[in-house]
Write a protein that binds this ligand. Structure first.
Ligand SMILES: *Cc1c(COP(=O)(O)O)cnc(C)c1O
Length: 394
C-alpha cells in the first residue's frame, strides 16, 4: 500500500506508540489524585506540556490540552467571541477556505448576532495581508486565518497578518493543524495569540491536540466540569495520548528542515509528472506550499471514481477533504480559489511523507495517468469537451 493521505491522518510513529503503551501499562493514575501514583501521571503531563510549548515558542502555562484540532478551533473562537461580546465588538474576520471546524463555528456565532467577513482567497490559494487589514473594523474582535490549508497545502503569510492584528489590537487565531510538525511555527515570531494543533497530523495519536492561548487572554470553557487544565478544560487528562503527542512532535521537529527538503523534492517530481496529463492544473501556489502536498484538477472526470481506481492499485489518496467526501458538493476550498464546479469535482490530493520511495513516486504518476485516461474514455463530459460541445477550462 502507498499511503498518500497524510493530510487526513498520519500513521503513529514507533516512538509515540512506545511512549503510549508504556504509560498505559505503568502510569494510568489520575493526575488530579494526590498519592504518588497520580502525581507521577501529573509529572508526565506537565513534562509533555513543557515540550509542546517549547516547540512553538510558548510558555507551558499557555498550553491547553484538547481532544484535537476541532476542539481547539472551537474553544479559541468561543473565547474570542466572549471577549467581543463583553466589549460590544461583534465582528469576526476569517477566510472562505478555513477548515469546517472554524467555518461551522463562525456560522454558529452568526446566529448569535456576530457579523463575519470572509476575505478572499486568491487563485493561488493565498490570502493577501492588506485585504485582511481592510476587513478589520472598529468592532472586530477576532481574525482567524489558517497557517496552511489542508486541501491545497498553501502556506499563508501568517507573520504579516499577525503584525496587522497586533497593530489593530485584534486577537489573532491560527488553525495550524497542518503546519505544526511540518514547517517551522513560532507564536512569538508569527505574532499569534491563539493557535490550534492536532497530534494525529504529525504522527501522534488521534483524539489529542492542544490550544495555545497567549498569556493574559481570558479563556472560555467549551467543556464544563472539573478544574483540570487550570479550570480551562474539564475532563480527566488523556495522559498517555498527551505524552505520545509530545514525543511525536519532538521527533517531527528534530529533522524538520532535512525532512522538508526531502519531501519537497518528491512532491515536485509528482507535480511535474502529473502536469504531463493534458487539461490538468495544480491547485494552489507551488512555492508557498507544504512540503508534502500535491493537489490537481483533471478536467472531465470525477474525483471519487479516480480515488476508487487508485485504491485498486494500492494507492490511498483523497479528493477534497475527508469531511466532504460523501456529499455531492465539491470542495469549498477549490470553489474559494475560483475553480468552477465541473473542474472542482475532478480533484485529487496526494499528501506524502518521507517514507514514499522514488519508485513509488513514479508508480503513482503512472497510475494516475492511466486512471485519468481510462475514466475520460467513457466520460460524457469529456466527450462533449473533445467534440467541441463544451469548452475546455484547463
Ligand atoms: C484535521 C484538521 C482539523 C481537525 O483536527 P482534528 O484533530 O481531526 O479534530 C482542523 N483544521 C485543519 C486545518 C485540519 O487539517
Amino acid at each position: 500500500m502507498i499511503y498518500a493521505d497524510n493530510a487526513a491522518t498520519t500513521k503513529m510513529s514507533k516512538a509515540a506508540i512506545d511512549v503510549m503503551c508504556t504509560l498505559m501499562n505503568s502510569c494510568w493514575g489520575n493526575p488530579s489524585s494526590l498519592y504518588t501514583h497520580g502525581q507521577k501521571a501529573k509529572e508526565v503531563l506537565e513534562k509533555a506540556r513543557e515540550e509542546v510549548a517549547s516547540v512553538i515558542g510558548a510558555g507551558a502555562r499557555e498550553i491547553i490540552f484538547t481532544s484535537g484540532g476541532s476542539e481547539a478551533d472551537n474553544q479559541a473562537i468561543l473565547s474570542a467571541a466572549a471577549i467581543g461580546k463583553r466589549k460590544g465588538k461583534l465582528h469576526i474576520v476569517s477566510t472562505a477556505f478555513e477548515h469546517h471546524a472554524v467555518l461551522h463555528t463562525l456560522e454558529k456565532f452568526k446566529k448569535e448576532g456576530f457579523e463575519v467577513t470572509l476575505v478572499d482567497v486568491h487563485e493561488d490559494g493565498l490570502v493577501r495581508p492588506e485585504e485582511v487589514e481592510k476587513a478589520i473594523r472598529e468592532d472586530t474582535c477576532l481574525v482567524s486565518v489558517m497557517y496552511a490549508n489542508n486541501e491545497i497545502g498553501t502556506i499563508q503569510p501568517i507573520r504579516q497578518i499577525g503584525e496587522i492584528c497586533r497593530r489593530a489590537k485584534v486577537l489573532f487565531h491560527v488553525d495550524a493543524v497542518q503546519a505544526v510538525g511540518h514547517i517551522p511555527v513560532n507564536v512569538e515570531d508569527d505574532n499569534i495569540d491563539m493557535l490550534s494543533a492536532s497530534a494525529h497530523k504529525f504522527h501522534g495519536p488521534k483524539g489529542v491536540g492542544f490550544l495555545y492561548m497567549k498569556k493574559g487572554i481570558p479563556v472560555k470553557n467549551l467543556i464544563e466540569g472539573g478544574a483540570q487544565e487550570r479550570g480551562r478544560r474539564a475532563g480527566t487528562e488523556n495522559v498517555p495520548g498527551i505524552a505520545a503527542m509530545a514525543e511525536a512532535l519532538k521527533e517531527a521537529v528534530r529533522d524538520l528542515d532535512k525532512n522538508a527538503a526531502l519531501i519537497s523534492a518528491k512532491r515536485d517530481r509528482l507535480i511535474a509528472g502529473l502536469k504531463e496529463i493534458p487539461h490538468s492544473a495544480v491547485n494552489g501556489d507551488e512555492e508557498h506550499r507544504l512540503p508534502g502536498n500535491v493537489n490537481f484538477c483533471f478536467e472531465g472526470i470525477e474525483g471519487e471514481s479516480l480515488l476508487l481506481l487508485l485504491d485498486d492499485k494500492g494507492i490511498c489518496a483523497s479528493s477534497g477533504s475527508a469531511c466532504t467526501s460523501g456529499s455531492l458538493d465539491p470542495s469549498h476550498v477549490l470553489l474559494a480559489i475560483g475553480r468552477v464546479h465541473d473542474v472542482a469535482h475532478g480533484s485529487l490530493r496526494l499528501s506524502i511523507n518521507e517514507e514514499i520511495t522514488d519508485e513509488e513516486v513514479e508508480y503513482v504518476i503512472k497510475s494516475v495517468k492511466e486512471v485519468v485516461e481510462y475514466l475520460r474514455g467513457f466520460s460524457p463530459i469529456w466527450r462533449d469537451l473533445v467534440n467541441g460541445k463544451k469548452e475546455f477550462i484547463l
